[in-house]
Design a protein around this ligand. Structure first.
Ligand code: NAD
Ligand code: UD1
Length: 331
């Protein structure tokens, strides 16, 4: 049986495909390449030595998705396809709700018509809003402060209703913390267009001389060194978490939300030091004002993932930085 990976040419999806193929699973990638490139699929074939069937389609094309489910004998779906930039979602809410919510409804309709009930959905720790306590477990209250986060929350709620309606649905929402790093081959990784918003791709561009210095957004947070603390998780650990979630979902009807994080917080300055170790070069940086909307600290309680999925992250910040650097040099 085959796994449909929507958004499989993107950053996280492509890494998940390498793990699934290495485990002997069959996949089909569906992507409209609005934030990725078809060459990623060729690189996936080079990495894995396996053919990677590709359907070039929008996930909102219900007939095309249903046809893909049928043609490839799909029995489970991992749904990555969607838009993910928080700032952009504020200026383009219609596009974000369209791609994320309409995209998921369309996928669910196709799955229902083809009697495919197993779904792993890419959610985000953004659904926890400003943390009320740390570490964040799955019973922490949810909230949203922007259209991107609200789309993830709406989808989670919608999926809960769908799973309640019939035991044929088996759904897991994975709440990712901060995915970083790249595949050891250096052939795939995060490839943001324009100026990166997120810390790791920005630091990587400073390390390789594409940008002159990093702006550290605030050093007056109530954290060990005053800079923001996040739970960075290696994308290969995250990918293995998806493989574990697929095994879990196969015999667990209903709806579950599970954190994928390491349980460890790392500050901006600690990440800068780790990158300096990985690159052997100083990372010039300058403290500037806080970024509006940022929170001080955010890290996961990863206990549920260990209990339900038998999975935990194993890779540390040094591997996150060295693999990011290798990818950045290769791009
Ligand atoms: P990405 O942009 O690299 O990958 C998304 C892929 O989906 C891209 O290849 C894009 O071309 C494709 N796509 C987008 N809209 C589509 C559509 N309508 N039809 C078909 N294909 C479409 O993003 P990513 O970082 O790999 O994120 C994957 C998922 O994980 C997203 O749903 C994102 O919201 C979620 N997520 C990401 C992070 C993160 O930090 N990267 C954190 C939490 C959650
Ligand atoms: C971002 C997203 C969040 C998403 C998460 C997952 C925003 C506002 N939020 O959050 O929805 O779930 O990624 O990856 O985009 N920093 C700097 N200088 C920089 C960039 C970042 O100091 O140039 C700091 C930030 O202030 C923060 C830390 O680095 O303390 C991490 O920032 P970032 O990588 O953008 O991730 P999040 O803020 O967690």
């Amino acid at each position: 049986m085959t796994i449909l990976v929507t958004g499989g040419a993107g950053y996280i999806g492509s890494h998940v495909v390498t793990v699934l193929l290495a485990a002997g699973r069959k996949v089909v990638v569906l992507d409209n390449f609005c934030n990725s490139d078809p060459s990623v699929v060729e690189r996936l074939e080079r990495i894995t030595g396996c053919p990677v069937p590709l359907v070039h389609s929008d996930v909102r094309d219900r007939e095309r998705v249903a046809d893909t489910l049928r043609r490839f004998g799909v029995d489970s779906v991992i749904h990555f396809a969607g838009l993910k930039a928080v700032g952009e979602s504020v200026s383009k809410p219609i596009e974000y709700y369209g791609a994320n919510i309409q995209g998921t409804i369309s996928l669910l309709e196709a799955m229902q018509s083809e009697k495919v009930g197993q779904l792993v959905f890419s959610s985000s720790a953004t659904v926890y809003g400003d943390p009320g306590y740390l570490p964040i477990d799955e019973s922490h209250p949810t909230s949203a402060t922007n259209p991107y986060g609200r789309s993830k929350l709406h989808i989670e709620e919608m999926l809960k209703d769908v799973a309640l309606a019939s035991p044929s649905w088996k759904i897991v929402c994975l709440r990712y913390f901060n995915p970083v790093g790249a595949h050891a081959s250096g052939l795939i990784g995060e490839d943001p267009a324009g100026i990166p918003n997120n810390l790791m791709p920005f630091v990587a561009q400073v390390a390789t001389g594409q940008r002159s210095f990093l702006r550290v957004f605030g050093q007056d947070y109530p954290t060990s060194d005053g800079t923001g603390v996040r739970d960075y998780i290696h994308v290969m650990d995250l990918a293995e978490g998806h493989s574990a979630a697929l095994r879990f979902v196969a015999d667990h009807p209903g709806w579950n939300a599970i954190n994928l994080g390491t349980g460890r917080g790392t500050s901006v300055l600690e990440m800068v030091s780790a990158f300096e170790r990985a690159s052997g070069r100083p990372i010039p940086h300058e403290v500037v004002d806080r970024r509006p909307g940022d929170i001080a600290s955010c890290y996961a309680d990863p206990t549920l993932a260990r209990q339900l999925l038998g999975w935990q992250a194993t890779r540390g910040v040094d591997d996150m930085c060295s693999s990011t650097l290798a990818w950045q040099k290769n791009r």
